[in-house]
Design a protein around this ligand. Structure first.
Ligand SMILES: NC(=O)c1ccc[n+]([C@@H]2O[C@H](COP(=O)([O-])OP(=O)(O)OC[C@H]3O[C@@H](n4cnc5c(N)ncnc54)[C@H](O)[C@@H]3O)[C@@H](O)[C@H]2O)c1
Length: 260
C-alpha cells in the first residue's frame, strides 16, 4: 500500500515513541518525512531506525522547541524550503509533567506543561494551517490523550493541556473543512513508550515494573498498546482513506475510556 507516495509528512516529537513509529509507518507507504524534536539525539536515532526499515527513505530532521514561536516558524519554513509543501502534519510532541495532587502541582510546572503540550500544538496549527489553506489541501492529527477526554488524576497540567488540544482540534476543524483541510485528534491510552516508562518510575521509583503490571490491570485488554498500533491509526487519519473524518477525537486505548 502506498498511500503517501509524493506526500510530505511533518511530525513533531519525531525523535521518540509515537512520532518515530508514525514516521516509520508513513515512510513505509512512500512519505517524505520532516521530523522535528527538541532532542537531536532522538532525531538521529529515528532517522537511523527509519533508514533501517525503509532504505532510501527521504528524511529531513530539524531541532526545535515546539513551545517557541520562533522555532515553530523555523521548522515550518525549513520543511517548505526542503519539500515545498506539507500534506500531513502529526502535531504530536509532548511531555507528561509531574504527577501529584493539584495543591502540590505548582504554577511553574503547570505553565511548563501547558507551554509544550498546548501552546506548542496551537503554534503548530497556526503556522501549518496557513500553508495547507494556501495549498487547498492537507490533513492534521493532533495528539491528545485519554487524559484529554477523561479525568485521570494527579496530572493537572497534562489534563488541562490535553483537554485543550481536543478544543483546538474541534475549533480549527470546523474552520478549515471548507479549505480541503481535515483536522482530527487521537486520544491514546497507555502506550508503551519512554514517556510511560518514566511515568511508572514516578509511580514507584524502586519497582517500576511492578507499578506497570498493576497499572494495566484496569485495561479491558490487560496489556499496553504498542506505538505501531497508534501509527496505523495516524496513517489512516493522514490519508485519503479518512476523507470524511473531520473534528473527530479517536480513542486508541483498548476500550479503557469507555469503562466505568
Ligand atoms: N505513550 C502514551 O501512553 C501516551 C498516551 C497518551 C498521549 N501521549 C502523547 O503522545 C505524544 C508522544 O508521546 P510519546 O509517548 O511518544 O513520548 P516520548 O517521550 O517517547 O516522545 C515525545 C517526544 O517529544 C519530544 N519533545 C518533548 N518536548 C519537546 C519540545 N518542547 N519541543 C520539541 N519536542 C519535544 C521529546 O524529545 C520526545 O522525542 C505526547 O504528546 C504524549 O502526551 C502518549
Amino acid at each position: 500500500m502506498s498511500r503517501f507516495t509524493d506526500k510530505v509528512v511533518l511530525i513533531t516529537g519525531g525523535g521518540s515513541g509515537l512520532g518515530r513509529a508514525a514516521a516509520i509507518r508513513v515512510a513505509s507507504e512512500g512519505a517524505k518525512l520532516a521530523l522535528v524534536d527538541i532532542s537531536e539525539q532522538g532525531l538521529e536515532a529515528s532517522k537511523a531506525a527509519i533508514l533501517d526499515a525503509i532504505p532510501g527513505a527521504e528524511v529531513f530532521t530539524t531541532t526545535a522547541d515546539v513551545s517557541s514561536e520562533a522555532d515553530t516558524d523555523a521548522y515550518v519554513a525549513a520543511t517548505i524550503e526542503r519539500f515545498g509543501r506539507i500534506d500531513g502534519f502529526f502535531n504530536n510532541a509532548g511531555i507528561e509533567g509531574r504527577q501529584n495532587l493539584t495543591e502540590d502541582f505548582g504554577a511553574a510546572e503547570f505553565e511548563r506543561v501547558i507551554a509544550i503540550n498546548l501552546r506548542g500544538v496551537f503554534l503548530g496549527l497556526e503556522k501549518v494551517l496557513k500553508v495547507m489553506r494556501e495549498q487547498g489541501s492537507g490533513y492534521v492529527v493532533n495528539t491528545a490523550s485519554v487524559g484529554g477526554i477523561r479525568g485521570v488524576g494527579n496530572q493537572s497540567g497534562y489534563a488541562a493541556a490535553k483537554h485543550g488540544v481536543v478544543g483546538l482540534t474541534r475549533n480549527s476543524a470546523i474552520e478549515y473543512g471548507q479549505f480541503g483541510v481535515r483536522i482530527n485528534a487521537i486520544a491514546p491510552g497507555a502506550i508503551w513508550t519512554p514517556m510511560v516508562e518514566n511515568s511508572m518510575r514516578q509511580l514507584d521509583a524502586e519497582h517500576p515494573e511492578k507499578a506497570a503490571e498493576q497499572f494495566i490491570q484496569i485495561n479491558p485488554t490487560k496489556r499496553y498498546g504498542q506505538p505501531e498500533e497508534i501509527a496505523a491509526v495516524v496513517a489512516f487519519l493522514l490519508s485519503d482513506d479518512a476523507s470524511y473524518i473531520n473534528a473527530a477525537v479517536v480513542p486508541i486505548d483498548g476500550g479503557q475510556s469507555a469503562k466505568y
